[in-house]
Design a protein around this ligand. Structure first.
Ligand SMILES: O=C(NC1CCCCC1)[C@H](C1CCCCC1)n1c(-c2ccc(-n3cccn3)nc2)nc2cc(F)c(F)cc21
Length: 232
């Protein structure tokens, strides 16, 4: 049985990333807001654009804390942020949905999201993803590292020095792999399952432009930042 051990440096790296991940949270809790009231499709769309805009700002702050990120080529930093913003948003949404809530709250939240204005065809893949993330019962270190691995994806459009990004991502994958073995000793395939979710996440993120366009309302308005990030 191979002895898996997280080194001192890896421990420090994990702490930096997890602290940054927890520090850079969405200011106001969107789940609470959705549980409090039922909104129209227009109000929900506005809420989504507000939440997504502040999430991008939070994502930028978070990436500054990823050791090595700021040493990457400046334009590559932008390419990585632009390329991962939608995935990071769906990943965060999945983590919000999977949080332990008082009984019955998750069902109400699911109902509110189903009726929010998103067109039917995207609801199933979205909730399939949310539930598959929930089933993993990730600890916060795993959540933070998984988001970091998503941001450090070398094959995003316009990345010039892919090797530099690959080296950083591999450093994070090594820590995540060890953490998975230590946190889920009964499940040797856990790390592989976790990475499999990133494939599901990329597929879901391909729908996001259509999801926006098909939101049950006319005249979709976006913030300037979202126009940059969402290609709308
Ligand atoms: O605000 C949300 N997510 C934020 C974004 C930033 C980080 C935190 C969460 C939304 C929300 C806006 C109001 C209506 C109802 C949905 N949300 C979503 C969601 C739904 C659709 C999209 N689309 C992206 C492109 C097209 N659709 N994105 C996120 N899933 C959620 C899961 C929750 F538990 C949940 F609580 C909210 C969730």
């Amino acid at each position: 049985k191979e002895k898996v051990e997280i080194t001192k440096e890896q421990q420090a790296l994990m702490k930096i990333i997890t602290d940054a991940y927890n520090r850079h949270q969405i200011p106001q809790d969107v789940a609470k807001k959705l549980l409090q009231d039922q909104y129209s499709a227009e109000e929900n769309f506005l809420l989504l654009t507000e939440m997504a805009t502040s999430q991008v700002q939070v994502l930028v702050e978070f990436t500054k804390n990823i050791p090595g990120f700021l040493s990457l080529d400046r334009e590559d930093q932008i390419a990585l942020l632009k390329g991962s913003a939608v995935e990071a948003m769906f990943l965060r949404s999945a983590q919000v949905f999977s949080r332990k809530m008082p009984s019955g709250h998750t069902e109400v939240l699911e109902e509110r999201i189903r009726k929010s204005g998103i067109s039917e065809e995207f609801i199933t893949p979205m909730f399939n993803f949310y539930k598959s993330i929930g089933e993993l019962h990730m600890v916060q270190e795993e959540q933070a590292l998984l988001t970091t691995v998503t941001i450090l994806t070398p094959d995003r459009p316009y990345v010039k020095d892919q090797q530099a990004v690959e080296r950083l991502q591999e450093t994070m994958l090594d820590v995540l792999r060890k953490l998975c073995v230590l946190q889920h000793p009964q499940e040797p395939q856990y790390f592989a399952r976790l990475l499999g979710r990133l494939t599901e996440l990329r597929t879901l993120s391909h729908y996001h432009t259509e999801m926006l366009a098909s939101w049950r309302m006319n005249d979709h308005k976006f913030t300037p930042l979202l126009c940059e990030i969402w290609d709308v």
